[in-house]
Design a protein around this ligand. Sequence first.
Ligand SMILES: Nc1ncnc2c1ncn2[C@@H]1O[C@H](COP(=O)(O)OP(=O)(O)O)[C@@H](O)[C@H]1O
Ligand SMILES: CC(C)(COP(=O)(O)O)[C@@H](O)C(=O)NCCC(=O)O
Ligand SMILES: [Mn+2]
Length: 934
Amino acid sequence: MADSSSVGPAAQEEWSSVVSAEAATRAPPPPTTITRPLLDLSGAAIGGSKEDHNPTIVLPNQSAEVSHFAIDLGGSLIKLVYFSRAQQEAKTTTTEAESNKKKLEQKRSGFLAGLRRHGGFPILGGRLHFVKFESSKLNDCLAFIKSKRLHRCSNGIEGVEALGATATAAAGKSSNSSSSPTTTMPEKNGEKNGVIKATGGGAFKYAELFKEKLGVTFDKEDEMQCLVSGANFLLRAIRDEAFTHLEGHKQFVQLDQNELFPYLLVNIGSGVSMIKVDEEGQYERVSGTNVGGGTFWGLGKLLTKCKSFDEILELSQGGDNSAVDMLVGDIYGGLDYSKIGLSASTIASSFGKVIAENKDLSDYRKEDIVLSLLRMISYNIGQVAYLNALRYGLKRIFFSGFFIRGHAYTMDTMSFAIRFWSKGDAQAMFLRHEGFLGALGAFLSYDKYGLANLTSHQCVERFPMGAPYVGGEVHGPPIRDLNEKITWMEKFMQKGIEITAPIPVSLPGTTGLGGFERPLARSGSLRSDSSAALNVGVLHLDPSLEPFPLLADPKNYEPNTVDLSDQSEREYWLRILFGNLPDLVEKAVASEGGTDDARRRGDAFARAFKAHLARLREEPAAYGKLGLANLLEMREECLREFHFHDVYMAIKERENEAALTVLPDLLAELDSLEPAARMLALIEGVLAANIFDWGSRACVELYHSGTIIEIYRMSRNKMKRPLRVDNFEAFQKKFIGSGGNEGSEKLVPHKRALLFVDNSGADVVLGMLPLARELLRRGTEVVLVANSLPAINDVTAVELPAIVAAAAKHCDTLRRAATAGGLLVDVVGDDGLTEDVAAVPVLTVVENGCGSPCIDFRQVSSELAVIAQDADLMVLEGMGRALHTNYNAHFQCDVLKLAMVKNQRLAEQLLNGSIYDCVCRYEPANYGSSALAN
Ligand SMILES: Nc1ncnc2c1ncn2[C@@H]1O[C@H](COP(=O)(O)OP(=O)(O)O)[C@@H](O)[C@H]1O
Ligand SMILES: CC(C)(COP(=O)(O)O)[C@@H](O)C(=O)NCCC(=O)O
Ligand SMILES: [Mn+2]
């Protein structure tokens, strides 16, 4: 079969001209998500009966005064970190599947009740947002807080609508025109104004003003303390937070938590603080310099008359500092001063050339001046930082503060200085949330024992759905609802700023060896609209996510198989997602009734998603380390942002129904086979049915050529061994012994199998359920692990019980096992439970904590983490879970990875094969760390 998954010419043309100027707004979280307030979880205990499915959690240390935002009022910028939670009952109608789940949960035998450590919260928690304002635009900040009601709370935890930052440009308003809040709000509707954690000099200076305008009282936190606790939190809990930036190359650093301390924190705000951090809570401000971000901004403004910081940064892109700087070569007649390792192009004296020239300010190019200034200040800070690191023997130096502005040239300059002076011994690292350390630290101080203890598997950084190009900056009024968000996307369309060519990222070559050479990232790395820098996403906090306990090497686990840092791979997958978009939008709109509203939302979704793709094309590391799993998840998240809850719902239902009609025949056919042949038929059955994948361009085109059953038959008939990867014999040996001969070695069946199911319809009904049945018959307990939220046509944990119930009508094994697992609601009544189920292995369902076609085992639901502990077999099914992710992952238990490859390129690159090839990869427990690796 030919690969039809590549993008057609028309789509290609459009794709190559998409640009990142398009921005989305932050959105309310999806109604399927119930987020929680930040809570102090210390001393938490389950209240009421332990058998309750959703027992109350008593939080003895939870203060009633937990607030929604913290503020850092600096000399130049005001930073806000605020928390949002979803409107809990935003979705008024309950689907049949959901009400089924409710009924089911009421009936459950208690098999799972004991497993829920966190009271069964759904995945995805509250969100932390990051926004900043210029200090001179305090009124904008007050208006923002007021319009989002951040200062209002009832019981300290209610009342924030979960809307993100707004964006620049189209919705832009100057500070003068923004409405100025004037009066203190009285208490109403049980809400009251809060006590807000505040840090920075403005916490003192503006305390009265905030009291007067918003009625909030500042609880002041020490600035250094906040910087340090903010830094520690980011370094401990946020993946891909720290990175190096050398010669234009950004690389995320995997920090070993045991080797983090001591480090030097260099915060470059208006001024510069250098803090030696010895351990959590132990630090000392060892130095600082008054030559900092304020100096650059202030002098830059004076010398260029530029109105904005970014404008100055951008000017520097076109500068040549040798026009104002005195270089070694200027002094040595064009020669290097090689004896002390200085090349001719090394700056001997910043601005030194100006002295001998009889020129006015206007005789110099602004670009040259600002570049000289930027280099002067960056080198100077780098040098002072290095000297302090040397003084205390510190090898790790983290730079933060908004002076850096994610600006490649600034970072390269400082990295260069550190590397040069330390002779490569010390390393400069930067932080993605560079300017928010103080505000974050202040926020953490609300909740010292809860949030502050979160670890990286409980924090998920999502793409900033709101404003991909805004990076925390707020101009104009906040966007209050979905409608406003769509309108905002439409404004971009009207303004025609959606499409321009992306800027190439190629960098000029090096200029020499020693001294303060010009770093490489001088041009081409800041977008012309200077919006590229600062890409902080929204942090989703969910204490119920946990690492999967069966990972063989959790420290080095990398979910993604395809390396998207390779440009051609990245280009390919970005194109694929772009090319699949029109069809997806059509389905999304249809899934919501095809109304005008749905159409508008569909268009807005497409625009927002394209903007993210374009953004990533331009700066792949914009939102942290990029993998294919992130791209696929981003698409689902983006759909949810625009309230498309389950795009493939109708297709899933139709396919489930069709598959269930042929299930009895299939089961009878399987039962007529000998054990060895049956096992092969089961595995081939799973692979054949994995063809029903609405995420694959090629498969979708295939569906035009026949009915579900015809395609399923065709897929089964085409199955040929050996498969592209074929460890079937090894699995069979473990499963039924050598050749399945009776009397060979005594086999101990697996105790508990986790079946990570993939797609709805034939895939789960004709593929995975018969396999589950076989395992059950052999005495293995089976857990069907399914998505928590919909993704393409993947079956979800909520949908599975009804499917199992329907299948159980045709199969006694399934019926009894599902009854024992408390899965059957509508099929078996209460008296069904009186049946002797003790002897029957249990069949149950758990959610995996994901809403993506892939699975990242660093973060799964706590329910799965607990149930996995006793599992000795995993079956990972499908391209997303077994190929795109986890193909190279090793586990502590036996693993079977089963997938049909539904993309030609992946088949070629990964398996040296072709589209529709199949993988049956069996790895016994601890494969890779044992001799079996050969
Ligand atoms: N949009 C901006 N407006 C003003 N300054 C900015 C902007 N973006 C970056 N900066 C730089 O960031 C510095 C302020 O950094 P920040 O970490 O917020 O410190 P502070 O708390 O002292 O305000 C400014 O002095 C300037 O160099
Ligand atoms: C999204 C998917 C991983 C889902 O595959 P599955 O896990 O269902 O087997 C897959 O459809 C995919 O990689 N699609 C994009 C490639 C393409 O359209 O060819
Ligand atoms: Mn799937």
